[in-house]
Ligand binder design. Structure first.
Ligand SMILES: C[S@@+](CC[C@H](N)C(=O)[O-])C[C@H]1O[C@@H](n2cnc3c(N)ncnc32)[C@H](O)[C@@H]1O
Length: 292
């Protein structure tokens, strides 16, 4: 697929499917998140980690690939900014974002790999689960663009999944066992028996699904492509993926306590869990000193 085809496909997906509100009050895109009460505290605390890495106050916060600013925790990032500049290639995303951010938002249909802004203008930046939608040739330009428009002395927080996570790979066999047990229990209870039979693979596919074009990257790619030009650090955002959460975390099995323990460990070793877990939080710091 060409660069234009990828972007058209992604735009069309979010305009027509991803940001459609479903009857349960969530966007279709929320299907790819674990919204069960047992995981809620962990998921919310991970969202709030972003606040540590960006300036708490400022004039303009850039949200690159804002979507509809779908979770309440997302609003905390721009709480003490004058304006949140929401950028997205999906007009539906921005129409929905306006419902939440309102007058304190500025809404720009644009491509994150070609930002229509002057250099050094944003006091803070976030880009969440967006750069993985870019074609390979646009990934580096997107990081460069985020760096260019960032104000010197400020920082940006970027979240995307790694192509491969050592921790998720290590726990895969356990996840498979738990998935099998879960299906067996559901069948025993006679719940939607027919559906469940088909769903060994369907449930797994749903947890792994992405809906549209996605190409993730790796710490090696970052080092090779960015380390010479963009100062960045890797922290943990969330070390486990949705498939892991759905398989392993259950209320009767002390799921909440398990996640508290995981969060505690992530806090002790953010670099390790950022590098080896599923979702890193990449922080770009722009120096005030001119590089000669
Ligand atoms: C997975 S959603 C994430 C939205 C939001 N950041 C969140 O975490 O809920 C990805 C968003 O990025 C947008 N997007 C994808 N490619 C883009 C691009 N090249 N430029 C701007 N936005 C893009 C999509 O339209 C979509 O709204």
């Amino acid at each position: 697929m060409s660069e234009t085809e990828v972007k058209n496909q992604v735009r069309q997906f979010y305009n027509e499917i991803g940001w459609k509100m479903l009857s349960d009050g969530f966007y279709q895109n929320a299907r790819y998140e674990d919204l069960r009460p047992v995981s809620q505290e962990y998921v919310q605390r991970c969202h709030l980690r972003v606040n540590r890495h960006i300036s708490a106050t400022g004039h303009l916060l850039l949200d690159a690939g804002s979507g509809p600013v779908q979770y309440p925790e997302y609003l905390t990032y721009s709480e003490f900014y004058d304006y949140r500049v929401c950028v997205d290639i999906s007009i539906v995303a921005l129409q929905e974002a306006r419902q939440r951010v309102g007058e304190r938002g500025l809404y720009v249909v644009a491509d994150v790999a070609h930002l229509p802004f002057k250099a050094d203008v944003f006091d803070g930046e976030v880009s969440l689960h967006t750069l993985h939608h870019l074609p390979a040739e646009d990934k580096k330009p997107a990081f460069q663009e985020l760096y260019r428009v960032l104000m010197p002395g400020r920082s940006a927080a970027i979240i995307n999944g790694w192509t491969e996570s050592g921790l998720m790979k290590l726990s895969f066999w356990l996840v498979r066992i738990m998935e099998t047990i879960g299906i067996w229990i559901a069948e025993k209870r006679g719940k939607q028996e027919k559906k469940v039979k088909v769903s060994t693979s369907t449930a797994v596919k749903a947890a792994d699904a992405t809906g549209t074009y996605i190409q993730k990257s790796s710490p090696e790619w970052m080092k090779a492509e960015l380390s010479q030009s963009i100062p960045y650090q890797i922290f943990v955002w969330r070390s486990v993926n949705v498939r892991f959460l759905r398989a392993m975390v259950h209320k009767p099995l002390a799921g909440k306590t398990l996640l508290r323990l995981l969060y505690w460990m992530e806090e002790r070793a953010p670099g390790f869990f950022g590098r080896h877990g599923q979702y890193p939080l990449i922080v770009i710091n722009k120096s005030t000193e001119k590089v000669s």
